[in-house]
Design a protein around this ligand. Sequence first.
Ligand code: HXC
Length: 262
Amino acid sequence: DLPSYELLKTSFPKNGVGLITLNRPKALNALSSPLFLELNDALKRLDADKSIGAIVLTGSERAFAAGADIKEMKDITFSEAYGGDFIEMWSNMAFQIKKPVISAVNGYALGGGCELAMMADIMYCSKGATFGQPEIKLGVIPGAGGSQRLTKAIGKSKAMELILTGDNFSGTQAEQWGLAAKVFETPEECVNGALTLAEKIASYSRIAVKAGKEVVNKSQELGVREGVEFERRVFHGLFGSKDQKIGMTAFAEKKKPEWSHE
Ligand code: HXC
């Protein structure tokens, strides 16, 4: 069970799935520090919860998140930003959370909102979603991974164009370019699609899922040779898990595996 939050809604809509809904409607889910403290708390608790196998993060139909909170950030000085490691805590989802996180993006996903959506392990969106990195229009640049994750996902030329113009792009384009894994007609279908995906992932061995996430993420950091070597070490390691024996024995005996998650 999770505590109740002021700026998030949480629920458990399917087996093994935790749903976090950003809930700051008056500011189109602008990502303030209080919101991030709650988000990190919820993610950490779900990550530690043995009954949870995957997490879905969404916003409203109107806005996934319209960015970092511009009003909170506008008067920050360099020394406050640098000295206080401004937005350092935004990295928790990408670097601390070990269970798969799926973002279900509807409405605006701008600036930090787009960056948050890209920090998820898998992104789903609806075709009417509005993505963009508009920081250039505010006299800054993306600060929560946008220049890195957008470029890795869609290539340098297109990412450079988007970041230097601040132009928006649609959910349809996000899927065509490979930023989103799937695009849906409506926001409702998008959230349902993400929950169905999460339930499927949660039905597998947590140990294997954790390893799968770890090795795919390593591909973003390592060259192919080191990456393949890393994959092999982790693959070998899984022969020490109970679930490898359970999964392969079940196949040989034509049974359904009952995972121990160990
Ligand atoms: C603070 C925000 C906000 C934001 C919207 N609001 N986005 N407040 N920070 N990022 C507030 C508005 O001020 C307004 O409050 C209310 O939400 C509704 O927004 P409107 O602008 O009235 O709605 P609409 O006319 O429909 O326009 C929607 C919009 C626009 C196109 C999304 O709100 C917009 O351009 N927002 C800013 C988008 C942006 O630049 N994001 C990047 C931020 S920089 P009131 O009180 O007036 O009702 C960033 C840097 C990341 O993210 C770097 C790492 C941190």
